[in-house]
Every structure is written in C-alpha cells, then in structure tokens.
Design a protein. Structure first.
Length: 52
C-alpha cells in the first residue's frame, strides 16, 4: 500500500500539491479559452474578407 502520511511534512506537501494542481488547471483553461477566441476571430475574419 502507498504511504501518503508524510508525517511532519504533510502539512506543507499537500497544500503545495493542491496549489500546483489549481494553477495548472487555471492555465489549461486559459489556454483553451484563448484558443477558442482566436479560432472564432479567424473564422470571422475569413468570412468578412472580400474574395480576391
């Protein structure tokens, strides 16, 4: 069985893991939202562009 107790260090390690997970999730969400916005902008620009 995996020992996840970490005795005296657990009070520092588990919050650090949690903060890291939250930050990584926020960064991933930001990247996805920005990519969707850029994709929508590209589609809008391509449809508004006069044909050559």
């Amino acid at each position: 069985m995996i020992d996840l107790d970490m005795s005296p260090y657990g009070a520092f390690v588990w919050p650090a893991w949690a903060i890291s997970a939250v930050v990584l999730a926020a960064l991933a969400a930001r990247v996805l939202l920005t990519a969707r916005r850029w994709s929508a902008d590209l589609k809008r620009l391509e449809t508004d562009r006069p044909e050559a």
